[in-house]
Structure formats: structure tokens, C-alpha cells
Design a protein around this ligand. Sequence first.
Ligand code: NAD
Ligand code: MG
Length: 383
Amino acid sequence: MKNITVLGVTGSIGMQTVDVVKNHLDKFKIVAMSAGYNIKQVEEILEMIDVEYVCVVQKKDAQYLQEKYPDLKVTYGQEGLIKIATLPQIDIVLNAIVGFAGLVPTIEAIKAKKDIALANKETLVVAGHIITKLVKENNVRLLPVDSEHSAIFQSLNGEKHQQIKRIILTASGGSFRDKSRDELIGVTVEEALNHPNWSMGAKITIDSATLFNKGLEVIEAKWLFDVSYDQIDVLIHPESIIHSMVEFVDTSVIGQLGNPDMRLPIQYALTYPDRDVLVNGESLDLAKIASLTFKKPDLDRFKALALAYKAGRTGGSMPCVLNGANEMANELFRNNKIEFLQIEELVEKALKAHQVISDPTLEQLVEVDSWARNFVLKEIGED
Ligand code: NAD
Ligand code: MG
């Protein structure tokens, strides 16, 4: 039996994790889970599965839950997150919190020698140098949940690291993949949220439309697979069937294919190194799909991707600025405070204004993240 803590259980990845666990109750138990503000949904999950610990953001929600469920152990805030991520009985922490908020619980879980199933890519973007070092020191597994990185991880099974030539990260292209730059002027939040292939949380869906998601994934891949930026290529693949590939020194290319279904990478991170039946998983019918298409991304059109490569190559605190400015700008766009194209403009300005710190500590990263967010707010006169 694997004891799991799920951080961000009420989100898109979190709920699909609950689904995977419910289908394999002989193998997995969600001992602890965290949520944000959606307490009704927490109660629905409590009806479905037997959980011992719950952590929420606000004290008043914790008090409400504690009164209603006296046997439940309820905590709140960042302290609560750290508590449930480090409980002695936990084997693996699945981190499906969105954004920078996932960083500290990941670090504390690794220090407590928990394996990590990581959906929260922002953690690696911001602090890849800290996380990878801690993973080695504590001898834990860092298992990707992001579908592309799971595909790369699966493609590397049994292969030698020094024989990797390059990684080919596929990208659906998001909601606006067929639009020219001029056609992006005035696009609405509703249009951006209408992803052609995946149903995901709001932040990542907007990131897919700007391609910041792919940019974050380039940096995530660099840290997960210890390759240089020159070894990571992005390929637009609108059908999202080949989830990513690896080319080896002999030019052989190995990739992982499947229908777009996040439950598979979630389940693989939990069952690794084994596989198990994906309940209600649909077999891939390539004859029905008939054709798969590919296109090189235009870095002038998808500026976010160029910015991410640049920030990644500069390294140090620069990816933290990229991430923090993007989180803020993404939220402002979702709240109709800025235009779609302003997201990348604001991130670019923040990157230009930042004095890079070469080997930032966690405390410095927390400061840089908040500087980047405030920079964006000031730029639009909202501070
Ligand atoms: P979501 O918005 O649906 O869910 C986010 C979860 O995090 C919710 O449970 C929310 O309550 C919680 N949360 C948000 N802010 C928090 C905070 N400050 N403190 C504590 N909890 C907080 O997001 P999602 O789409 O499930 O994505 C989660 C993560 O997984 C993101 O990093 C995303 O990039 C990554 N990811 C998602 C998908 C997908 O298919 N949804 C695919 C690949 C990677
Ligand atoms: Mg992905």
C-alpha cells in the first residue's frame, strides 16, 4: 500500500488523482490532502474516499471542517501544507498545487525523504537548482506528472544519459495556434480558455495559449533530465498524441504515444516502476486518427517561448522572474485587467529590469517572486 499526500486535490490534476486512486484502492491510499477555498468540493471528496488529514488555506474553513468532521485532522496555511507533506506514514507526495505556492511544500517533503510526483512545474522552473540537489542528497525520486515529461521519462527507460542527443518536447499550440500575431489583438479570456485538446485549470490553459506553458516545460525538462537548452527542441503537434520524444546519438527516436488523458501520467508516477490497468482508458486508434501533423514553432509569433529559453539560459534568478511575472500577468488577463498580448510584454519588461542573482537561495527566490509580481502590477498602475 502506498500512502499518498495530494496537494491541490480540488484542482484538475488533483481530482484526476482521486479518480486513479479510487480505481486502485488495493494499492493506494490518500492519507492527506490539501485544497484552496472550495470547501464544498473538499466535502464531496470526503464522501468518496477515506482521508485522515485535510489542509485548507484559511483558518475559518479549517474550523468549519473540524466542527463538521470531528475525527478528521484539519490544518491550514503553509504550516499545514508542510505538515501533511512530511507526515511519517507518507510514501509519496503528489504536488498538484498551481504556481509558486507549491515550492516550499515540495522542498520540505524532499527533506523528509518523500518521493515526489510533480505536476507543479513552477517549482522546478523557479528552483530547479535547489530541488535537484535536495533530491540527490535525500535519495528520493522526482517523478514527472506533466504529460510531456512523463513521456520523456518513459522514453528514457533503460537508456544511458550520455547517449541522449536531444529532447523533442511536443506542444499542442493551445487555443490560438492558428492565429497570426495580428489576430491575437483583442482575443477574449473565454476564447483563450477554450483549449482544443485538454481540459485543465485556468492558469495552465492561458499558459498554453501564450505558450508560456511550453516555455516553463523547457526549463522543467532541463532540470528533470539534466540536459542543456541546446538539447531541447519544441515541436508543434496539434493532435497531442505523441506526448514527447527523445533522440539518441544513433539518431533513433523513441517517443510515448496515447490519447490525451492526464490520468495516465498521474498513475504512472504513482505505480512507477510498474504499470497498471488504466480503468476506462481508451486504446489509441491510430487508424481512426489517420494523420499526425507537426510544425516548427515560430519564435517571433510565440514570443513567450523565446523569452523562456532566454531566461533559462541566463539561469540564476531569471526563471523565477519569468514565472512570477507570468503568474501575475496571467491572473490579470483572466480578470480582464490587461490584453492577451500584454502578458508577454509585461514578462519581457520584468526580465529586462531584473538584476540577476546567480545562485539564489530559497529566501532570495521568495523576494524575487514578489518583486516580479509587484513589477507587473506597477507597470499597469495597479500597485
Ligand atoms: P487547478 O487550478 O485546477 O488546481 C490547483 C489546485 O491548487 C487547487 O486544488 C487549488 O485549490 C490549489 N491551490 C491554488 N493556489 C493555492 C495556494 N496558494 N495554496 C494552496 N493551494 C492552492 O490547476 P491544475 O490544472 O490542476 O494544475 C495544477 C498544476 O499541475 C499546475 O502547476 C499545472 O501547471 C500542472 N499541470 C496541470 C495539467 C492539467 O492537465 N491540468 C497538466 C500538466 C501539468
Ligand atoms: Mg504539459
